[in-house]
Design a binder for this molecule. Structure first.
Ligand code: 17E
Ligand code: FE2
Length: 419
């Protein structure tokens, strides 16, 4: 028996079972065998010497249309979400298909080299045209041999914030956007916000799409669209097909209201997506001291069994000029901000950038290092999940659909001082 690729001496990570020492064989793009020792040859054999094998990272939330535009046409001086939206409104006037595609593919390659093989990206579809969306749909096709990309039709300026926006949203769904987006807290009035959520659910049913709403991304404790999303999810039964992104106001609600809402949430299976790198910097800008952290109640949601996954949100744009696309940075920031420092909590933060993300994106059938699945996996220079996050472990190999897509040498430190 000869395989295409054989990984020897792996330590295979599993979401619920202990790490297992195994060999992994790959043929025809699929995982052909997993066993303590595989006695066969392969075109390419890699001795992993006990390094960790994990399913790939999942990027649940990123804006690829704005990636790598930081400083164009100007820097965000206030550091707020709203100044960012204004800067982007200027920048997006200059979008061309080439511009969008070039930056998005560069960002995706950067993420893939760091082990991300599943990505959900928002594409702004609010006035004046659908170039961002068309660009990302073309990118989805261009990268499909090595990356699964999902595109959200995202009305950055509000579905009712501009005359053409509602029609553009619907056009975006007809063109093939995978997910219906929204931004109720940025609609002109609270009533428009509520109406927008209902419209999103109608579209999702009509076009058979998932939902991912930018929801309550503000420190205003009166921003309460999550309850509207929850009610629509309960009534429509769409639960697991719905994601609430950001929900930072949830961190500012009074506890009496927050606990009532947590109870309602137990009746649904909606997914939460937190973006801790961005929201720790965007939120709290109108506070003096004490200054709020501006991240949703991740620990409490996790404790009650809700599915929480994480996003990088931005890679060098008008909302966040830093960022490398590394999901271990995201997990690390989350565990600090949400004080999830217990050992099981740190492991849970790793799950939020892997298995939980696969659940959010509804790609579970393509996900997981199991015989018969498409061979998507990464090799980390780490001994376990905790170690991977603590040291932001190097992703040594990225294997996508059975092919070696990227490799990184282990950085070497050399002590040059006295013994
Ligand atoms: N747009 C938005 O509404 N919120 C964000 N965090 C980003 C874009 C990055
Ligand atoms: Fe976002």
């Amino acid at each position: 028996m000869s395989y295409e690729l054989l990984l020897r001496n792996c330590r295979l990570l599993h979401p619920t079972e202990p790490i297992a020492p195994v060999d992994i064989a790959i043929a025809n793009g699929k995982i052909a065998a997993i066993a303590p020792e595989i006695s066969a040859s392969a075109q390419l054999e890699l001795d992993l010497a006990g390094q960790l094998v994990s399913p790939p990272f999942v990027e649940s939330h990123v804006h690829l249309d704005s990636a790598m535009t930081a400083g164009e046409p100007r820097w965000n001086q206030s550091g707020t979400l709203f100044e960012g939206i204004e800067i982007w409104r200027e920048r997006k006037q200059d979008l061309t298909l080439e511009d969008v595609k070039k930056r998005a593919i560069a960002a995706l390659k950067q993420q893939a080299m760091q082990g991300v093989l599943f990505v959900r990206s928002h594409a702004d579809v609010s006035e004046s045209n659908l170039i961002a969306l068309q660009g990302l749909l073309e990118v989805r096709e261009a990268v499909k041999d090595w990356m699964t990309l999902q595109v959200v039709a995202f009305p950055q300026d509000g579905i009712y914030g501009g005359e053409k926006n509602e029609a553009l949203m619907e056009e975006a769904l007809k063109l093939g956007a995978d997910v219906v987006g929204g931004i109720p807290h940025y609609e002109l009035t609270r009533e428009d916000g509520v109406r927008s959520v209902h419209r999103i659910f109608e579209w999702a049913e009509q076009y058979d799409r998932l939902i991912d709403i930018h929801c309550d991304e503000i420190d205003d404790d009166n921003s309460r669209f999550l309850e509207v999303v929850t009610a629509c999810a309960i009534r429509s039964g769409m639960g697991s097909r719905v994601s609430a992104s950001h929900t930072t106001a949830f961190g500012s609600y009074n506890n009496a209201y927050a606990y009532k809402l947590l109870g309602f949430l137990r009746r649904t299976a909606i997914n939460f997506i937190a973006n801790p790198l961005i929201n720790i910097t965007l939120q709290g800008r109108t506070d003096t001291y004490p200054k709020r952290r501006g991240v949703t109640r991740v620990k409490e949601l996790w404790q009650q069994g809700m599915n929480v996954s994480l996003g990088h949100d931005c890679i060098q744009d008008c909302w966040y000029s830093l960022g490398t696309g590394n999901m271990l940075d995201v997990a690390s920031m989350l565990l600090h901000v949400s004080q999830m420092t217990g050992a099981p909590e740190i492991n849970a933060c790793y799950d939020m950038v892997t298995w939980n993300g696969a659940k959010t994106l509804h790609v579970e059938d393509q996900y997981g290092v199991e015989v018969g699945n498409s061979a998507n996996l990464i090799v980390l220079d780490a001994i376990d999940r905790f170690d991977a996050i603590r040291r932001r472990a190097t992703v040594r190999y990225v294997i996508s659909q059975g092919k070696l897509l990227a490799s990184t040498d282990r950085p070497q430190m050399h002590w040059q001082g006295e013994a």
